[in-house]
Ligand binder design. Structure first.
Ligand SMILES: C[S@@+](CC[C@H](N)C(=O)[O-])C[C@H]1O[C@@H](n2cnc3c(N)ncnc32)[C@H](O)[C@@H]1O
Length: 285
């Protein structure tokens, strides 16, 4: 696999072999002399052939862990990324679950696999959530994951563009304490330069952020802030070079306490801002 440009060949082949054997990766180390024969060997070979064509391991296995949950993934959704866990941390820090006295209402724009929305609903057992996505195929994956994780009854999934599906008599009066989004933020010209795992195998509508990568992030605050409750949090994942620009969009849209959250490499990956209370109270976290 190394000759094919895959930079984690050992890890990938372990994961593919463990899957073919129906065990966790740890099982390979506990039983290193286990023979691989018959249908298990045939499945492993098929997995390796797919990986050699640069198909991501998560798509071959059909699943990916995020936070501590496992999500089904297909070629219709972005494979959940570790950096997106920063969005979860931003929400948990702003609204510590043990301090919540009323059920949170959470909106995610661009729900994809449902990894973010389901993880939040599992962290807040009384919360309800709305997930919007332009892709109906992605919404079907989110629905499957919400059902598997036992939170489907608390989820409403709506097809459409940004906040457009909320502008109906049924939803127009809703106000959310938390609005999160990990929208496409890669500039169109950069897409072809990405690894094939991303540029070939992941859906373009999950990646393409327009000419400068900021097309959707520029539009989003104006679309969703009318649906943000007073004191509510807007948290957006961003590309590592987009912090100042997106913080500017949130400030210009009237949010306060706008701040960047950094990843472990000290790069800005999430921007947060709060909607003022009508009384002028400030957020304490
Ligand atoms: C980067 S993926 C994020 C998926 C998931 N939330 C996550 O963090 O793993 C972006 C998602 O936004 C959706 N999307 C793109 N443009 C959109 C738009 N204008 N309105 C709503 N959803 C959109 C895509 O279909 C895709 O599922």
């Amino acid at each position: 696999m190394q000759q094919r440009g895959i930079d984690t060949p050992r890890l990938d082949s372990d994961l593919l072999l463990a899957d073919a054997l129906g065990m966790e990766r740890l099982g390979l180390f506990l039983d290193p002399n286990r023979p691989v024969v018959g249908e298990e060997l045939a499945l492993f070979k098929r997995h390796v052939q797919r990986r050699a064509r640069r198909e991501p391991v998560a798509l071959i296995l059909g699943r990916r862990s995020f936070w501590q949950h496992e999500f089904m993934v297909t070629s219709d959704v972005l494979v959940p990324r570790p950096e997106t866990e920063l969005l979860i941390e931003a929400v948990l820090d702003a609204f510590p679950p043990e301090q919540q006295t009323v059920p949170l209402e959470i909106l995610e724009i661009g729900v994809g696999s449902g990894a973010v929305l389901c993880t939040l609903l599992l962290a807040y057992p009384d919360a309800v959530g709305v997930g919007v996505d332009l892709s109906s195929a992605a919404l079907a994956v989110a629905e499957h994951n919400a059902r598997q994780l036992g939170c489907l009854a608390r989820v409403t999934l709506l097809p459409g563009d940004l906040a457009q599906p909320l502008r109906t008599p049924l939803h127009a009066t809703k106000r959310f304490q938390v609005i999160v989004a990990n929208l496409p933020y890669i500039a169109t010209d950069e897409l072809a330069r990405l690894d094939p795992e991303v540029s070939v195998w992941e859906p373009r509508c999950a990646l393409d952020g327009g000419h400068d990568g900021l097309t959707l992030l520029r539009r989003l605050p104006g679309e969703v802030i009318p649906f943000l409750a007073e004191g509510g949090l807007l948290a957006l994942e961003i590309g590592a070079t987009q912090g100042d620009a997106v913080a500017g969009f949130l400030t210009a849209a009237g949010l306060r306490d706008v701040a960047l959250r950094l990843d472990y490499g000290r790069r800005p990956r999430v921007v947060v801002g709060y909607k003022d209370h009508a009384t002028g109270e400030t957020h304490e976290n």
